[in-house]
Design a binder for this molecule. Structure first.
Ligand code: SF4
Ligand code: SF4
Length: 104
């Protein structure tokens, strides 16, 4: 699993850089985020959850049937939406409440 960052959507807030536990995300001269060594990403999703602009796509591994599918998040107040897109472009949205994230 790994992430890809869409530089066209990145606004340079650097939240992803701050939360990555492996310090894998950097910024270029245009203040756009990028990941240097994709293979080093262990898929914790911390950066995906922080990106309010849907710029970070998290690719699901073949071992769980990813086959080109990816997910990204979008946010609305306390609601965090997990948008899962399969290889045909079909999207499923799972809503979670940030305030309840420590309940489980
Ligand atoms: S959190 Fe999203 S918008 Fe902010 S720097 Fe990272 S990729 Fe860019
Ligand atoms: S998924 Fe986790 S390890 Fe991978 S780049 Fe994002 S924050 Fe870093």
């Amino acid at each position: 699993m790994s992430i890809r960052i869409d530089v066209d959507k990145c606004i340079g807030c650097f939240k992803c850089i701050k939360v990555c536990p492996g310090s894998l995300i950097y910024s270029n001269k245009s203040r756009q985020a990028y990941i240097k060594y994709e293979k080093d990403c262990w898929g914790c999703t911390a950066c995906v959850k922080e990106c309010e602009f849907g710029a970070i796509h998290y690719y699901l591994g073949a071992d769980i049937g990813g086959n080109g599918a990816y997910l990204y998040t979008s946010q609305n107040s306390d609601e965090l939406k997990w948008n899962i897109v399969d290889k045909n472009g079909t999207k499923v949205v799972v809503n979670t409440n940030r305030k309840e994230s420590n309940k489980y």
